[in-house]
Design a protein around this ligand. Structure first.
Ligand SMILES: Nc1nc2c(ncn2[C@@H]2O[C@H](COP(=O)(O)OP(=O)(O)OP(=O)(O)O)[C@@H](O)[C@H]2O)c(=O)[nH]1
Length: 368
């Protein structure tokens, strides 16, 4: 997919740190691809009852600017640069066998679902949107959940809420760890599927529980949400991707059944900007990426994020991020804290980000 660039892009060379400029790399604006634009391949999410069913999630397929209350151009520039940074590192690819199996089984179970609850990581809602989800779900009733709401800023949340509101999409923000949003989710699922039993009764059949399938990328918090709703640990949940291996229906009260499913993602991650964000957010298996590369890119991203910046990195590690490439930053940290062990230093930076040590922030803002 190609992106049309705004004039400012054409006139402004991306700020690409040396380490991430691949040899022979050339800026070719008309063929730039960004995570924002690639995600536009995924068509629509809709909540039944909402008019105008077709939501081009990234309806501005060719827009690369982000909106929000601050740093609009910062987000756009960052997206451009991220594209180049990823060109210089080992591609991130992850498709373990259980995902292929889960995808097949999930498609078979679809016909049993009255409503589908699609869970995404609130830090990266576009990068955790499966490009084929719309094709699989067709007209099925859907609820969009942005989980890990505690891991983003209020400004991020407002930007995403406004974005979905403009599309006529109701989005539930949730916290699978503490349970916020889960009751609302349960209620919404039952409300959306209310016609199931209306139709059954009209045919003289007994009412049955509404069936809601919970789907999404790995580690976005699907099982945790179910456990929180049930107030019991019925589904395996742990802080690493790929914990749920089997599809499993569980009952919530007498009128709702929930399907927990393994996290699925595309066999080939063609959008490497999205793939890097999955790695940063721990939504993809650790063996699929080079930790040092990913941490170096994270440093460069954080330096540029309006809510973080080089100051936050300096405060934590006493190293100036704004004058160094991400790689040099990681190497310096390795020397100062880990006896030169770059892997450990890289892992520390990723772990600190995931624990919110630089402040809670999303890595994506909605397209305009
Ligand atoms: N901070 C925070 N952590 C969460 C939230 N939801 C889930 N988690 C944590 O994220 C980790 C992954 O959650 P899971 O429920 O196992 O995720 P999953 O989507 O089922 O993962 P897969 O098995 O890979 O499909 C767990 O350690 C949870 O405690 C949330 O809203 N906020």
């Amino acid at each position: 997919m190609t992106a049309q660039l705004s004039v400012s892009w054409l006139s402004k060379a991306p700020t690409v740190p040396e380490r991430f400029v691949p040899s022979g790399a050339r800026i070719c604006p008309t063929t730039l691809t960004t995570s924002a634009t690639l995600s536009s391949q995924s068509p629509t999410i809709q909540i039944v009852g909402v008019k105008s069913p077709s939501w081009q999630e990234n309806g501005c397929a060719n827009s690369n600017t982000f909106h929000g209350d601050q740093g609009e151009s910062t987000w756009a520039d960052l997206d451009t640069d991220l594209y180049y940074w990823t060109k210089a590192i080992r591609p991130v690819q992850w498709f373990p066998g259980h995902i292929a199996k889960a995808e097949k089984e999930l498609k078979e179970q679809l016909k049993l679902m009255d409503v589908v609850i699609e869970v995404r990581d609130a830090r990266i809602p576009m990068s955790t949107s499966h490009p084929q989800m719309d094709l699989w779900l067709g007209n099925k009733k859907r609820i969009l959940v942005l989980n890990r709401e505690d891991m983003i800023s209020t400004a991020d949340r407002n930007a995403w809420a406004a974005y979905y509101a403009r599309q006529g999409i109701k989005v539930v923000f949730s916290n699978g760890q503490l349970g916020m949003g889960t009751m609302k989710l349960g209620r919404l699922a039952k409300t959306l599927a209310v016609d199931v039993n209306v139709k059954r009764r009209a045919k003289g059949l007994l009412a049955r529980p509404v069936r809601a399938g919970i789907v999404g990328y790995p580690n976005v918090g699907k099982s945790s949400l179910i456990n929180r709703l049930l107030k019991r640990k019925m589904c395996p949940a742990a802080p690493r991707p790929g914990v749920t291996r089997e599809l499993r229906w569980v009952r919530f009260g007498k009128d709702l059944e929930l399907l927990d499913s393994p996290g699925i993602l595309p066999m080939r991650l063609s959008d490497q900007s999205a793939a890097i964000k999955l790695a940063i957010c721990d939504d993809i298996g650790e063996r699929s990426y080079d930790v040092a590369d990913v941490a170096a890119i994270l440093v460069q991203m954080l330096t540029r994020l309006p809510l973080v910046g080089a100051d936050a990195l300096h405060k934590r590690y006493r190293i100036d991020a704004d004058v160094l490439s991400g790689t040099t930053f990681v190497e310096k940290l390795a020397l100062s804290l880990f006896n030169g062990d770059v892997h450990q230093a890289a892992f520390r930076i990723l772990a600190d980000f995931r624990k919110g040590k630089f402040g809670w922030t999303a890595l994506e803002r909605p397209p305009r």
